[in-house]
Design a binder for this molecule. Sequence first.
Ligand code: CIR
Length: 259
Amino acid sequence: MGQMRIAITREVSEAIVHCQLTYLERAPIDVELARIQHENYEACLVSLGCAVQRLPAGPDMPDSVFVEDIAVVLDEVAVIARPGAMIRRLEIPGVAAALEPYRRLLRIVHPGTLDGGDVIRIGSQLFIGISERTNRSGIQQLQRVLKPFGYIVEGVNIQGCLHLKSAVTLVAEGTLLVNPNWVDSRVFGEKRIIEVHPSEQQAANALWIDKFVIYPNAYPATQERMERAGIQVIPLDVSEITKAEGGVTCCSLILNDKP
Ligand code: CIR
């Protein structure tokens, strides 16, 4: 059998209305609509060749849908994170069990905290947002456990947003979608930069898979900038997920079953 691409996702908890919020005001979330939008997101992953593995969630996990924060999955190994928001640590066992068949697991431990949403890999470089959720010890631990695999781990300052991936994501080989108010993209070296449209501050979180970018339909001006740069965007309505301060990268962990 050939290689298969797995997307681990997790059910929208009925408790999502009580999700963690840091920079956003609470707005009413329609749970049914959130679930429909999440199913559409999963269908989109399937259309791009992923086998979706959806984990169940309980009422004790308001932020369950944001699986990305719970692990950093690399070809060689998966590092189980230790979310900065204590309530989110309840999400760890389910995600770790789902990853176990595919990767050797390493872990971030006390006093380190790390959210997967703060981690961007560019080749063998890992950039980690120094954020509300990720501390120096978390970054140092990641550095230490990944050194044997040849990864270079570097902290990046961010301001005004929850995670590094709220401020910047990769949208094509060597191309970054950036909100310049939240991160200084020079730290990533020589890259092609697409800036979010100034009227769309939340617009830097995009999910790049092969030749496509899954992207919220709420940011048409930034979408146009990407399209002008030759990027094929698949717009999705993720309004309810956005109210929970999550983006499109947050809702999946994507990995090859046989790296
Ligand atoms: C939280 O505050 O933890 C969730 N409400 C949102 C997490 C979004 N995750 C991400 O950007 N990777």
